[in-house]
Design a protein around this ligand. Structure first.
Ligand code: ZN
Length: 375
């Protein structure tokens, strides 16, 4: 791989081949523990010696899969990096399965495949299977060390956001002050309960449906009642929101600030022009967000086609109703905010889950990331 080549070149400037000065030129592997597995005991010992010379400690050795697993299982959190020769499992499909199993069983360890011939397809297969990197087994000590150091760092950063230390972030976007609660109030409450960080964005003050100041205040209170971490309010003209640059940029600013893993917005299958415009603008603004889904507004059309259902508990539905009730200027005048209708709708969608209630989503984009929770 290119990175290996670059690393090796950078690691050995102006030093004649074979010059024994690994500490200065190679990677310092102090505090990194490595398990080396290769069918050939000579190769295993050689790689292990190269890594020890550069400070790795401890360095374990295994010559078959049983020994390898025994070493991992005896100290499951102790190995930072495992160098494993692909010849230990010649079948690529089975090998990929093994890599995935280890990833689940030994999440603390970064697996690096060693290979005899490095090519694009073997590299791709290794990385798809969950290996952090792939390197030639006969690479120089410096190159091996550089790969081990990098694998250790990469694995650490990859695990940090996915390692249950950082809460997933959800951004819900609506055209009017009460849209997020009506379409996804149950999901918002459930995700807050799950430990997610939820932000809400309303694109207008909803002056068409009431006094703007009061509506803004109500929306603020409703967001807080659901446990949202932040509430953002824009001032686009109610009834005349477009999907043009200005709208896209306003949403982009919030996307940039929140850095969400998931964005929810209106469906495009909706009779309200503001909802459709905000849907389109959000898809553009959230183009780099890994997951985007659309919730159901009361104005959604009959062809709203959900393909994901988020199960809710009674308490989530109650919280949703309480949040909607905070929009006092609307709750008593809008027939679609009828408590019975909202409960019945959530109950109906619940039939697609194992829960009593649910809210439906049309998934626009769904990028899988290891260990990340679902929408
Ligand atoms: Zn609306």
């Amino acid at each position: 791989m290119k990175r290996d080549k670059d690393g090796a070149e950078a690691g050995a400037p102006d030093v004649p081949a074979g010059s024994p000065s690994p500490q200065q030129d190679g990677e310092d592997l102090r505090d990194i523990s490595v398990l080396v597995a290769d069918r050939d005991p000579g190769v295993t010992a050689h790689i292990a010696a190269q890594l020890r010379e550069r400070g790795a400690h401890p360095v374990g050795q295994a010559v078959d899969e049983a020994e390898f697993l025994q070493a991992l299982r005896s100290r499951p959190d102790a190995w930072h990096v495992a160098l494993w020769h692909e010849g230990l499992e010649p079948d690529p499909v089975l090998r990929q399965g093994l890599l995935q199993t280890w990833q689940r069983e030994f999440p603390a360890t970064a697996t690096v495949l060693t290979t005899d011939t490095l090519n694009a397809s073997s590299a791709l297969l290794a990385l798809r299977g969950g290996a952090v990197d792939i390197v030639r087994r006969h690479a120089s000590g410096d190159e091996l060390a550089s790969v081990v150091r990098r694998a250790c760092d990469t694995h650490r950063t990859r695990r940090a956001p996915a390692g249950h230390t950082e809460a997933p972030r959800l951004l819900v976007v609506g055209a009017h002050p009460d849209d997020c609660e009506i379409g996804a109030g149950g999901i918002i409450h459930r995700r807050v309960r799950d430990g997610w960080q939820v932000s809400m964005l309303a694109m207008s003050h909803g002056s068409w449906g009431g006094e703007p100041g009061q509506r803004a205040h109500e929306a603020q209170e409703a967001a807080a009642s659901l446990g949202a971490a932040s509430f953002h309010l824009e001032d686009f003209p109610d009834g005349h929101i477009t999907d043009e640059t200005e709208t896209v940029q306003a949403i982009e600013r919030v996307v940039h600030e929140v850095d969400p893993d998931v964005v929810l917005v209106h469906s495009v299958r909706d009779t309200h022009q503001d909802h459709r415009a905000v849907h389109r603008a959000t898809l553009v603004a959230a183009r780099r967000v890994p997951r985007v889904g659309c919730y159901q507004s009361p104005s959604a059309t009959a062809d709203f086609t959900p393909n994901r259902f988020i199960g809710l508990r009674e308490e989530d539905v109650e919280a949703k109703l309480a949040a909607i009730a905070r929009h006092a200027s609307q709750a008593t005048t809008r027939p679609y905010l009828d408590v019975g209708l909202i409960r019945a709708t959530a109950r109906y969608w619940g039939r697609f889950t194992n829960d009593k209630f649910a809210e439906p989503l049309e998934i626009m984009r769904y990028t899988a990331e290891i260990e990340r929770s679902l929408v």
